[in-house]
Design a protein around this ligand. Structure first.
Ligand code: PLP
Length: 364
């Protein structure tokens, strides 16, 4: 199986895996302590968690703190719900191409939601009008479906001018490109940067207080109760450290992969900007393509039709619709995702199989 679905999740980095094993903690090891216990085992686990916290914080701007969560989805919920004063009905603004974690949470807040449009290149207009009394603006850094990099610094400035906080879902950009320096809160997920699944983080700028959405033992500075997993934290920390150390090499590698893949797909149309984009995401369409058939014909390649979260629903992607594609164009689009562990040879093989199967459809 050739894996081309790096936006859905990434393989665990071997360095992260090794660190996790140390903290999984069998009865014959000293790595199973509860990081919230005061004895020696607990303190060792707590030290591993704090080291991981520093390493994850290095992915974010200075001047804030990391709250570990169970996923980026939870981090986004904490940011959007926890930043509201009880009974707050002031509007929030979100872009039209946010992940469901943002869109569905916004819809559940019980306040007006203003949707910021995107242009045909998949970019949010940073000159967009915000509602006068907006309290929170949420725009992602890199879109998960089409890979476009949003003008988040300008949008954060607009949000601040309007008196609002700015939340950035940096799940697809963290560790790959520079962090959104002006954001007030940043959500990230370990499993999109070669760390383990089941852990995310919310970075919160100093001076911002959040109300907890999970109450109990008061862990994570009182905003996210529940015993932390030292193994997940440690794996996240090492994955973050490796991502920073390899950031330039990873980006160069992905640029080479992108060029090769695009060359092998003549006649396909790129969805979203080619320049303002993370090149580990290749979302393309081919007029008349039957994507379900293509996926059935090319079972040896793991790739996605639109967003992995929406695929299977049969609904055309809200992102592809937002950039102006009609139903037929959206439904003839595929997403190939590649990254650190993809090789040029295996990507070329995957793309050739896809191109051949798509051409074969023309003769049916
Ligand atoms: N935001 C974006 C842009 C994503 O791509 C994803 C996952 O697909 C999420 C949020 C949710 O992340 P998690 O799986 O950690 O909940």
């Amino acid at each position: 199986m050739i894996y081309c679905d790096y936006q859905a999740t990434t393989p665990l980095a071997p360095e992260a895996r090794e660190e996790m094993l140390r903290w999984l903690g069998g009865a014959d090891s000293d790595g199973f302590g509860n990081p919230h216990s005061p004895h020696r085992l607990g303190r060792a686990a707590a030290a591993a968690v704090e080291l991981a916290r520093e390493r994850v914080a290095a992915l974010c701007p200075p001047g804030g703190r990391i709250v570990f969560t169970g996923s980026a989805t939870e981090a986004i919920n904490l940011a959007m719900r926890g930043s509201a004063v009880r009974g707050d009905t002031r509007p929030v603004a979100v872009s039209a191409i946010e992940h469901a974690a943002v869109l569905d949470t916004a819809a559940d807040l019980g306040c007006p939601v203003s949707v910021l449009p995107v242009n045909g290149a998949g970019l949010v207009d940073s000159d967009v009008d915000l509602p006068g009394d907006v309290r929170l603006v949420a725009v992602m850094q890199v879109n998960n479906e089409i890979g476009t990099i949003q003008p988040v610094e300008d949008l954060a400035e607009r949000a601040h001018d309007a008196g609002a906080l700015f939340l950035c879902d940096a799940v697809q950009g963290a560790g790959k490109i520079a962090p959104p320096a002006q954001a007030d809160m940043i959500a990230i997920s370990a499993h999109k940067l070669y760390g383990p699944k089941g852990i995310g983080a919310l970075w919160v700028r100093d001076g911002i207080t959040l109300a907890p959405i999970i109450t109990g033992g008061g862990q994570e500075q009182g905003v996210r109760s529940g015993t932390l997993s030292p193994a997940l934290c440690a794996g996240f920390g090492v994955a973050a450290q490796v991502a920073l150390a390899q950031q330039e090499a990873d980006a160069r590698h992905v640029d080479n992969l992108w060029e090769k893949a695009v060359d092998l797909l003549p006649g396909w149309v790129l969805n979203g900007s080619a320049q303002q984009r993370w090149h580990g995401n290749l979302n393309m369409r081919r007029p008349g393509l039957d994507v379900a058939r293509l996926m059935a014909d090319v079972r040896q390649v793991a790739f996605s039709a639109g967003s992995a979260c929406a695929s299977g629903s049969g609904r055309p992607s809200h992102v592809l619709r937002a950039i102006g594609l009609d139903d037929a164009q959206a439904k003839s689009s595929i997403r190939l995702g590649f990254g650190r562990y993809s090789t040029l040879a295996e990507l070329a093989e995957a793309v050739e199989k896809i191109a051949k199967a798509a051409e074969h459809q023309d003769n049916l």
